[in-house]
Design a protein around this ligand. Structure first.
Ligand code: GDP
Ligand code: IMO
Ligand code: MG
Length: 428
């Protein structure tokens, strides 16, 4: 099968960017299928850092075609800025970058509402990235969204924007106490941005399926992670799209029949940004040490990430929901700082131990993790290029995770660079 999915198996920031870039060597086409510029995917090449927000992480390999699929929500100014910055660094877009005409547009009022709704929630806030993601997906499912194709028909654009802004201004003035937004300004900006992105816009579902017909290798790149998925994550502390494997099909126009391998990217510990349940979170010096050693600060917002031990109950749920047949384990090198390492193998809730992931937020908040403890290895492992290069204690840790999840590794990552990897299986 010519399509493989690489997605997040935890709460985001698992290192998807690095793994997608690494496997882009073999891919012909890389497709982002959901989320928006809430994502921050980091790729290091020859000591140079790239942080991709909307553009697929395959863009750095010059022979790949990169596609933003219909499931993504696009803030036009952010997209143009990202294209400009990457172009200045020598990356070419002409003929190798495409944007779906069905993708929805993040309008200024979405961003405004995202921020103000969060403020109104006070202590109950989700801790969103403030990028307008939730309100844009609300308009999409509410059937009043503005799509990329609408930008190129003046009559449609004007009528849709004016209709929406009328309603938006009721909320802006009466609920948020804000000045009204100007439909004229929004329409003018949309037209200006539309002219810039026009060369890239196409029916990407047709394009991708043409490539599939030609037997080309397609990589579908998820944003966020399984535990942030709007259906399967820690709802309501989630993002507003499906980063899980099903979303890869609906967000790109690729049939499930075309999907072959599905790799879940998973840190050797856990992080989360924003509010919401995090059963294995550490509030002590160990959490601080992980944050410092792993440089756990948001790639998009710079916020410090909450840190904790690896949660295999959540990971097992991610294996099931996504049908993962490979795990890409990342940041194993960060654990070299630890004297001892814990892994959560069960949840105790109200005196009972369960090994499935509960739906109810209050049950999630009452979890007492059941841990298995491992001795650390306290050695630099970033030079390891095969499993046999790892110290015995690290090998035991890696083997335990694989045996618990019953899923083999495609890669074990031991550093930030493309080359800092132990490759165990190809995904095409
Ligand atoms: P993404 O959103 O899943 O693409 O992940 P982010 O880029 O937001 O965060 C992952 C961070 O970990 C980035 O700073 C990467 O450069 C870094 N990273 C990825 N893999 C490894 C690894 O194996 N070891 C170390 N030390 N850092 C890694
Ligand atoms: P990548 O792709 C980590 C989190 C936010 C917040 C919640 C909802 O880099 O892994 P949103 O702005 O999406 O409405 O915020 O989701 N979040 C992420 N956390 N990595 C991400 O992306 C995230 N994108 C959103 O912090 O808790
Ligand atoms: Mg990230």
């Amino acid at each position: 099968m010519s399509c493989s999915i690489i997605l997040g198996a935890q709460w985001g920031d698992e290192g998807k960017g690095k793994i997608v870039d690494m496997y882009s060597r073999q891919a012909d086409v890389v497709v982002r299928y959901q989320g928006g510029h809430n994502a921050g995917h980091t790729v290091w090449v020859n000591k140079e850092k790239y942080v991709l927000h909307l553009i697929p992480s395959g863009i750095i390999h010059k022979d790949t075609v990169n596609v933003i699929g219909n499931g993504v929500v696009v803030e036009l100014e952010a997209l143009i800025k990202e294209i400009r910055e990457l172009t200045e660094r020598g990356i070419k877009f002409g003929g190798r970058f495409f944007l779906s005409d069905r993708a929805h547009v993040i309008m200024p009022y979405h961003t405004l509402f995202d921020k103000h709704k969060e403020e109104l929630k006070g202590a109950k806030k989700i801790g969103t990235t403030g990028r307008g993601i939730g309100p844009t997906y609300m308009d999409k499912t509410g059937r009043i969204g503005i799509r990329i194709c609408d930008l190129f028909d003046d009559a449609v654009l004007e009528s849709k924007v004016r209709g929406n802004v009328e309603e938006v201004n009721v909320y802006a003035e009466k609920i948020f106490g804000l000045p009204p937004v100007s439909a004229d300004d929004i329409i003018a900006d949309c037209k200006r941005f539309a002219a810039e992105i026009k060369p890239y816009v196409t029916d990407t579902a047709v394009l991708i399926n043409k490539y599939i017909g030609e037997g080309r290798k397609i990589m579908l790149e998820g944003a966020q992670g399984t535990m942030l998925d709007v259906d399967f994550g820690t709802y309501p502390f989630v993002t507003s799209s499906n980063g899980t494997a099903g979303g890869a099909c609906t967000g790109s126009g690729v049939s499930p029949r075309s999907i072959g391998n599905i790799a879940g990217v998973m840190k050797a510990y856990t992080t989360r940004v924003g509010s919401g349940p995090f059963p294995t979170e550490l509030f002590d010096g160990d959490g601080e040490l992980l944050r410092k050693t792993g440089d756990e600060f948001g790639a998009s917002t710079g916020r410090p990430r909450r840190c904790g031990w690896l949660d295999l109950v959540a990971a097992k749920y991610a294996v099931m929901i996504n049908g993962l047949n490979f795990i890409a384990l990342t940041k194993l090198d960060v654990l070299s700082c630890m004297e001892r390492i814990k892994v959560c193998t069960g949840y105790e809730i109200d005196g009972r131990v369960v090994d499935t992931f509960p739906a109810e937020i209050d049950r999630l908040e009452r979890i007492k993790p059941v841990y298995k403890e491992f001795p650390g290895w306290k050695t630099d492992i970033s030079g390891a290029r095969s499993i046999d290069d790892l110290p015995e204690n690290a090998k035991n840790y890696v083997d335990f995770i694989k045996d618990y999840l019953k899923v083999p590794y495609c890669v074990v990552s031991v550093g930030i660079d493309r080359e800092d990897t132990i490759v165990l299986n190809e995904i095409f």
